[in-house]
Design a protein around this ligand. Structure first.
Ligand code: UDP
Length: 717
């Protein structure tokens, strides 16, 4: 097993994005976090998506050396990225000891516990203090330059609950006296005089401590981090929020009445302060790049992580208006103490050395932040709410935490499937005799026949009775079996896309042939696969139940929904659901020209999947060859993904829901629905109690199951 990367503070904003970046590269990650400000939810998400082989979590404080030693006993690390820190400037002025302990003592413990493992340290532009405009954009050599020019003999610390000398005294007493090698010299102290706040000073202490430790390190000085992961599943969630972009987005969401502009009398073009904003996914890239350089033997490095471009507070507000379409009321406030007029990085060095540079535009970064904020208006939370599922016309209790409950009951064994192409005992293989004595033809492609045990028949006896509240009617219809091909060892997911398209064509023909009959109001085409779904015949096949009456469970409520929705909203609820899902994006599995597939917002079972033509069509009959091929492709992607996710042939039930064939135009939009009673590999969801008598409970977050499935699908690609 390869060594892991340790990410301290990996439950926080930049840490979680960096962890995700490494995990997406199939690397092993251990997050260490005391969860004082980080989010457990993001770690649960990583655990679920990447599994224990790839991801581990240590709920440990860097202030506890014994616990920390345990982390290094349990894992072998090839590198460390350290994000664990407190970072609120105002708070640091009020609680300097708290900042000294969490940002410096904690870091010293990490350095002491980790031997000579290369370390990437998150640092900050606050180490530059309040530079004169003549030094902007700021290069990494700024401190050395001004110190060399003898410009700094006074410390710049603004009024705080501690003096500069006291801060130095803490370092001396708590660090240097125990580890004389880490004692600060004159040059270190000169650097410490530059920041204007305790937070900045603690970060300079960390940088100088690293220099003194003789350790190979990368110190990365961030300018303003913004934006969110493209998946829209992880993002920024601070409490309290102090940063400009998320605050303006909260105004756009209506969570705040206005944005207060902290001063418009700075020496800048529009009078408001100018900052350099960098997207967090790109910051994550830079960390990984630097770590890999260090691991492969590079010398220590210190880089600015900025875009080399500045935007004023007013320009940011304007950009948010553009992205969100919201007005964003603004009022003018006092300057915030300690805010420099302009901070822009000169980020040439890292570009020259490592080829890293910001690619994203400000609007793209704000867009990604906006997606995160509008889709997670309350930030991270475990979903526990009722969601309306229009496809089934019912409310679903989505209670994601229930998926983690201890389970002592049976686990489902999942048969890996066989490779025997012809099975003499199989009643569906070509040439074999069925229980009725009928002999199967030597069929080659798709073949269908009337079910030997049909639940519905055309010549059923006539009945029409009422007995108090009870009633009976003639059970009229046709049941057929549709065999997808002669090879016993295959299943829908292992057929080629062209072979699946042949099945789709056969479904269309059957729908047309049975739908034409005057006695048939609704041909339902479906497939049950696997023991869990009550199917023990592995030969690839599905079924048709062509009903004399429109069936009650799904289609009839859908028709009522279609009609009501059309009356109220003037459109088709399936088209609108597709639009909402595409716009949201978190649950999308396939989004091609003609076809969309997703885990629906109100999934009833964990791995519910809807596959639909984008065009508003009533049945397969309205689809051209290319569209049918698109549908076949989506079916293959989703089903092979599910097989991959469960590491076995998936157990599911699939239904092709098309318009009734009773001659009425319902404005129907056809759907393929796939669902399963599996709630995880080897785990079966029991439909009992509340699921039968109350509302169905989905014990998982549809965003997360969609991401699991996307991952499995990508692995197959
Ligand atoms: N800012 C503002 N109103 C707010 C929050 C921030 O005008 O509600 C200004 C702040 O004074 C600074 C800029 O926006 O000039 C960026 O502030 P932020 O806290 O996001 O980052 P900083 O540069 O302070 O690290």
């Amino acid at each position: 097993m390869t060594d892991a990367i340790l990410i301290t503070g990996g439950a926080g904003y930049i840490g979680s994005h960096t962890a995700r970046r490494l995990l997406e590269d199939n690397r092993r990650v251990v997050v260490l976090d005391d969860l004082s400000t980080g989010h457990r939810e993001v770690l649960t998400f990583f655990e679920r998506i990447y599994g224990p082989e790839q991801f581990g979590f240590e709920n440990v404080s860097l202030l506890n050396p014994d616990e920390l030693a345990g982390v290094f006993d349990r894992h072998t690390f090839s590198g460390i990225i350290d994000f664990a820190a407190k970072s609120l400037v105002g708070e640091s002025q009020e609680k300097p000891r708290f900042y000294f302990e969490n940002n410096v003592l904690a870091f010293r413990n990490l350095v002491a516990a980790s031997g000579d493992i290369p370390i990437v340290k998150s640092s900050t532009a606050a180490t530059y203090g309040e530079p004169d405009s003549g030094y902007i954009p700021l290069g990494e050599g700024y401190q050395e330059h001004i110190l060399g020019a003898g410009e700094f003999d006074q410390c710049q610390l603004m009024p705080a609950a501690v003096s500069f000398d006291e801060l130095l005294g803490w370092y001396k007493q708590d660090i240097a006296e125990q580890s004389p090698a880490l004692a600060l010299g004159e040059i270190d102290i000169a650097h410490l005089k530059i920041p204007t706040n305790v937070y900045g000073i603690t970060k300079v202490m960390d940088e100088r401590l690293l220099v003194r430790s003789g350790r190979r390190f990368a110190a990365l000085r961030y300018f303003n981090a913004a934006g969110a992961d493209r998946s829209r599943l992880i993002g920024e969630d601070h409490d309290p929020e102090t940063h400009l972009i998320p605050i303006v987005l909260q105004v756009a969401l209506g969570q705040r009445p206005h944005i207060t502009v902290f001063g418009d009398d700075y020496d800048t073009l529009d009078g408001t302060a100018v900052r350099d904003y960098v997207s967090v996914p790109e910051l994550a890239d830079a960390h990984v790049l630097c770590l890999d350089k260090l691991v492969s033997g590079a010398e220590s490095m210190t880089y600015n992580l900025g875009s080399s471009k500045g935007f004023s507070v007013r320009e940011i507000i304007k950009a948010v208006r553009e992205v969100t379409g919201h007005a964003i009321p603004e009022i003018l406030g006092e300057r915030r103490s300690g805010d420099p007029a302009t901070l822009i990085a000169n980020a040439d060095q890292i570009k020259k050395d490592l080829g890293w540079q910001v690619q994203e535009s400000l609007l793209e970064t704000i867009e990604s932040a906006w997606h995160w904020h509008r889709l997670h208006p309350q930030g991270y939370l475990v979903v526990q709410e009722e969601r309306f599922n229009p496809f089934w016309n019912r409310w679903v209790n989505v209670a994601a935490h229930r998926g983690n409950r201890p389970w002592r009951g049976e686990t489902q064994s999942m048969d890996k499937g066989g490779d025997i192409a012809y099975e003499p005992e199989c009643y569906l293989c070509p040439g074999n005799t069925r229980v009725t004595g009928d002999v199967n033809p030597n069929y080659e492609g798709v073949w269908s026949f009337t079910n030997d045990f049909s639940s519905l028949v055309l010549d059923a006896y006539e009945t029409e009775q009422r007995n108090g509240p009870y009633a009976s009617r003639t059970s009229r219809g046709v049941c057929e079996v549709v065999v997808y091909g002669p090879n016993h060892s295959q299943r829908l997911s292992t057929l080629s896309v062209n072979e699946i398209a042949n099945v789709v064509d056969a479904w269309a023909d059957i729908y047309a042939r049975l739908g034409e009959k005057a006695e048939i109001a609704y041909p339902l085409i479906f497939e049950n696969r696997g023991d869990v779904m009550g199917n023990s015949q592995p030969h690839p096949h599905g079924q048709v139940y062509a009903y004399g009456e429109i069936p009650d469970l799904i289609v009839k409520p859908q028709l009522a929904m279609f009609a009501q929705y059309k009356k109220e909203k003037g459109g088709c609820f399936v088209c609108d659901a597709n639009d909402v899902e595409v716009d949201d994006g978190r649950r999308i599995l396939v989004n091609e020209k003609d076809v969309v597939a997703y885990v629906p917002f109100a999934a009833q079972f964990p791995y519910d999947v809807m596959i639909m033509p984008k065009r508003h069509v009533a049945s397969l009959l309205e689809l051209g060859a290319e569209e049918r091929l698109g549908l076949a492709d989506a079916l293959q992607c989703v089903l092979t993904g599910l097989d991959g996710l469960f590491d076995a042939p998936y157990h599911y039930t699939l239904a092709l829901l098309q318009a009734p064939t009773d001659g009425v135009d319902y404005g129907y939009h056809m759907q393929i629905q796939i669902t399963s009673l599996l709630r995880g590999p080897g785990l079966r969801k029991h439909v009992v109690g509340a699921d039968i008598f109350g509302n169905l409970i989905n014990p998982s977050d549809p965003n997360v199951t969609a991401e699991e499935l996307r991952h499995a699908m990508a692995e197959i690609d």
